[in-house]
Design a protein around this ligand. Structure first.
Ligand code: FMN
Length: 358
C-alpha cells in the first residue's frame, strides 16, 4: 500500500494548509529520533543530523512539528511574504513521466491528478506561485514552528520580496525583519522564484542580488542568512555571484526546481491558467542538476578558500542519494519530493550514516 503523502496533491493548497499533514507523517513515530546528544554541526549549531526538508511542503507549524518528530532535523518553513498572496489554482502538483535526467526546457507529460495517490512518483511538477498567509497569521504560527524544534534541530525561515525594482528590494528586507521577529534562528532568502528580477530569475541578476542582500543585512544582521539558488549552467556566472556575496551570507541552498513545459496526454498544458504551461520540476529528474550545483559550489569554495555552507537538494529519494550529495561537498542535504512520500527517509539516512539512535 503506498503511503499517503504528507502534502496531498489531490487536495488544494488551502485544504492542505487547513487539514494537513496527512498519512504516516501525521502520526507520532514509534521511536524517538532524538534520544542522544547532537553529534553534528551546521553553521556552528549542534545538530542531530544535517538532513531535512527544504522550503515548500512544510506549510505551517503542524507540518514542521511533524517533520521534527520524524527526525528531519533541519526544516524550512514554506516561503512567506510581507503580505497575503494567493496560491495558483488547483492542481498544483502532478506526477511527470521522465526516464532519467531531464534537460532544462524539456517538455514532460504529466499524469492526471488522481494518479498520484496510486504510486510514489519519482518526479513531480509544482506550480504554487509562492502563496503566503498575511504576516499576522504566519508570524504567530512560525513562532510555534520555531518552538517545536528540540535540541539539535533547527527551523529555517524562508521568505521573498514581492513587487518590482527598488520596491522589491525593500520588501525583501521587510520580509526578513518579519521572519526574524518570530525567533527563527536562520533565515533563507528565496532568490529563485520564477519571473522575479529583470533577467528572469532574481538569482541570475548579480547587481540586484547584491542590493537585496545589503538591504536584508541592514535590517537583520544578528543571525545566519542563506540564499536559495536555481541551477546555474554556467559555472563562471555562479562563481561571480558566490565570490561577490560570500562575505555577506552564510551559505547557499541549491537547487530550486528546473523549469519544463508540462502537458497532458493530448499535448495540452497540464495546469490550467495563464503562464502555467511552464512549471517547476522536482524529484529524480533534477538530481543531476542538484549534484552538479553542489560540485560547482564546492569547487568555488575550495579554489577561493571561502567558508560558506552548502545546503544541497534535488531528487534525494534514498540514503544513497544523500551519500552522493555529501560526497559532492554538501554540508547539509534536504529532500522535498522524497520526504513527501517517505516519512521514514530521515531515519533511514541516519541509520545509513551510523547515526541510528535506537
Ligand atoms: C510542494 C512543493 C512546494 C514548494 N514550495 C517552495 C517554496 O515555497 N519556496 C522554495 O524556495 N522552494 C519551494 N519548493 C522547491 C523545493 O524547495 C526544492 O527546491 C525542490 O522541490 C527540489 O527538491 P526535491 O527534488 O527534493 O523535491 C517547493 C517544492 C515542492 C515539492
Amino acid at each position: 500500500m503506498p503511503t499517503r503523502p504528507f502534502y496531498d496533491p489531490s487536495l488544494s493548497y488551502e485544504e492542505n494548509y487547513a487539514h494537513g499533514p496527512f498519512g504516516l507523517f501525521a502520526t507520532v513515530p514509534e521511536t524517538s529520533p532524538i534520544d542522544v546528544a547532537p553529534r553534528e554541526r551546521f553553521l556552528g549549531i549542534p545538530m542531530h543530523s544535517t538532513f531535512g526538508i527544504p522550503a515548500g511542503p512544510l506549510l505551517n507549524s503542524r507540518f514542521v512539528a511533524a517533520a521534527f518528530a520524524h527526525g528531519f532535523d533541519l526544516c524550512v518553513y514554506k516561503t512567506v511574504r510581507s503580505a497575503a498572496y494567493p496560491s495558483h489554482p488547483f492542481p498544483n502538483t502532478l506526477a511527470v513521466e521522465c526516464d532519467g535526467a531531464m534537460a532544462p526546457g524539456q517538455t514532460l507529460i504529466a499524469h492526471p491528478a488522481d494518479a498520484l495517490g496510486k504510486m510514489p512518483p519519482h518526479s513531480i511538477t509544482n506550480s504554487f506561485g509562492v502563496p503566503s498567509q498575511p504576516p499576522d497569521v504566519w508570524q504567530s504560527d512560525m513562532k510555534d514552528a520555531v518552538r517545536s524544534a528540540q535540541q539539535g534541530q533547527v527551523m529555517i525561515g524562508s521568505f521573498q520580496g514581492s513587487g518590482e525594482g527598488i520596491a522589491q528590494i525593500a520588501d525583501y528586507a521587510r520580509a526578513a525583519r518579519l521572519v526574524a521577529e518570530t525567533g527563527a534562528p536562520v533565515l533563507e532568502a528565496n532568490l529563485s522564484c520564477p519571473n522575479e528580477g529583470k533577467k528572469g530569475l532574481l538569482c541570475f541578476d548579480l547587481e540586484k542580488v547584491n542590493a537585496v542582500v545589503d538591504a536584508i543585512r541592514k535590517e537583520v544582521s544578528d543571525r545566519p542568512l542563506l540564499l536559495k539558488l536555481a541551477y546555474f549552467d554556467d559555472a563562471s556566472v555562479l562563481e561571480a555571484l558566490v565570490c561577490a556575496l560570500a562575505d555577506k551570507v552564510d551559505g547557499f541552498c541549491a537547487i530550486n526546481t528546473l523549469p519544463a513545459r508540462v502537458v497532458d496526454a493530448t499535448g495540452q498544458p497540464a495546469l490550467p491558467g495563464e503562464g502555467r504551461d511552464i512549471s517547476g520540476i522536482c524529484g529524480a529528474a533534477i538530481r543531476w542538476a542538484g549534484l552538479s550545483m553542489t560540485q560547482k559550489l564546492a569547487d568555488i569554495r575550495a579554489r577561493h578558500s571561502l567558508h560558506f555552507a552548502i545546503v544541497a537538494n534535488g531528487g534525494v529519494l534514498t540514503p544513497a542519494d544523500d551519500a552522493d550529495y555529501r560526497q559532492a561537498g554538501a554540508d547539509a542535504v534536504m529532500s522535498a519530493t522524497g520526504a513527501m512520500w517517505n516519512p521514514c527517509l530521515a531515519q533511514q539516512i541516519k541509520k545509513e550514516r551510523r547515526h541510528d539512535l535506537t
